[in-house]
Design a protein around this ligand. Structure first.
Ligand code: KG4
Ligand code: ZN
Length: 352
């Protein structure tokens, strides 16, 4: 073991014994550069986010090379801002947590290299965090009393699944999308309705003014009752819009948005609540960018409560990518003694 690694291990063991740690957390898996300072996995002292959305919107989607370059430019300054906003100095930091996957490989490598250098220079333990585990952990910072077991509906631009969180770090996937992620489907349908990237939140707002019974879409038969499929409905919407345009008829965008949103949200919330019921847990949470969808929040709350469950929703700022969620997940990894060597690599497609 190198002298850095033995010092980092010693420090990690001492932190584990104490049950406390102040973590500097870095997230750069996609189009948000984010750095946060989190105490003991639950208390967010700062949560700085530099969004690249305006830049990528010019191209209609995330351009990986641009994302990597913008992360590199943002990281140093953002880390300074996060420390200042938290009113702590670099000497107060106990460990560095960083997302190492899944995500865009180049983007992940920028945050990972930055975090490795920071940890090495200051002899701090390095913690590699799974991005999806991070999303789930947003619930720990949003709800300080929430403890496993619970079921979490994770719906983001790249992932949609129903996860049974048995304990910290112990996940069982009860259902998942067989094709498009929910956020990806929202973004593609939004594009057909001429909404700019990322269309999910705009489609959500437009849907509030539409009739969700205007269009109906067939539900596919799936082997696992808790799996989802969104490619069929997405194609149906695109086809219908195309046909209307060809006939020169008006597209009632708000009705399309409302009907499509209703379909996706019903699929996600009905299945998440049934899966939680089946698993015998009485707590249900949501995570990921799509968890800020207004209808999803209303429906998960209604259906969860009707089934006698407590429902946990992070505020929208903790649903989309952020550093606080990585700091929380990192803390619980540290408490299990899970620190990473300096040669830890990015895992672009690893799932939770
Ligand atoms: O979790 P996230 O920030 O990044 C990933 O890890 O993918 O999720 C981003 C996704 C995008 O597809 C975005 O359109 C979607 O979440 N999203 C929404 C809403 N807010 C964000 N989709 C539907 N309704 C929203 N309000
Ligand atoms: Zn994400």
């Amino acid at each position: 073991m190198s002298s850095y690694e033995s010092r980092a291990r010693q420090k990690a063991d001492a932190l584990k014994m104490s049950g406390h740690a102040l973590i500097l957390a870095v997230e750069s898996s996609c189009d948000e550069t984010a750095v946060a300072v989190v105490a003991d996995g639950r208390r967010v002292l700062s949560n700085e986010i530099a969004s690249q959305i305006a830049k990528h919107a010019q191209f209609g989607g995330v351009v990986p090379e641009i994302a990597s370059r913008m992360h590199v430019e943002a990281l140093d300054l953002l880390a300074d801002q996060a420390l200042q906003a938290a009113h702590v100095s670099p000497d107060d930091i106990d460990a560095v947590a960083v997302t190492n996957g899944p995500g865009l490989v180049g983007a992940l490598l920028t945050g990972l290299s930055w975090a490795k250098s920071y940890a090495y220079a200051r002899d701090l333990p390095l913690i590699a965090v799974n991005h999806i585990e991070g999303h789930v952990s947003a619930n720990y910072v949003a709800h300080p009393d929430l403890e496993p077991p619970f079921v979490c509906l994770v719906a983001s631009g790249g992932h949609s699944h129903i996860s049974l969180v048995r304990d910290y770090g112990q996940y069982e996937t009860l259902g998942r999308t067989l094709d498009d992620a929910a956020g990806e489907a929202f973004d593609k349908v939004a594009r057909v309705l001429s909404l700019p990237y990322p269309g999910g939140p705009l489609l959500d707002r437009l849907a509030e003014t539409g009739d969700d019974l205007a269009y109906s879409f067939p539900k596919p038969k799936l082997d696992n009752p808790y799996d989802f499929s969104f490619s069929g409905v997405k194609t149906a919407v695109i086809q219908m819009a195309h046909n209307l345009r060809q006939r020169g008829e008006e597209i009632r965008a708000a009705d399309f948005a409302a009907s499509f949103r209703r379909y996706v949200v019903d699929e996600l919330t009905v299945k998440a609540v049934s899966a939680a019921w089946q698993a015998g847990v009485d707590k249900i949470a949501a995570a990921g960018g799509v968890a800020s969808n207004m209808l999803l929040r209303r429906e998960l709350t209604r259906r969860g409560q009707e089934a006698g469950m407590s429902v946990f929703l992070p505020p929208p700022i903790l649903c989309t990518d952020n550093g606080a969620m990585i700091g929380s997940a990192g803390f619980y990894r540290l408490m299990r003694g899970e620190i990473a060597p300096l040669d830890v690599n990015a895992q672009p497609s690893r799932s939770a």
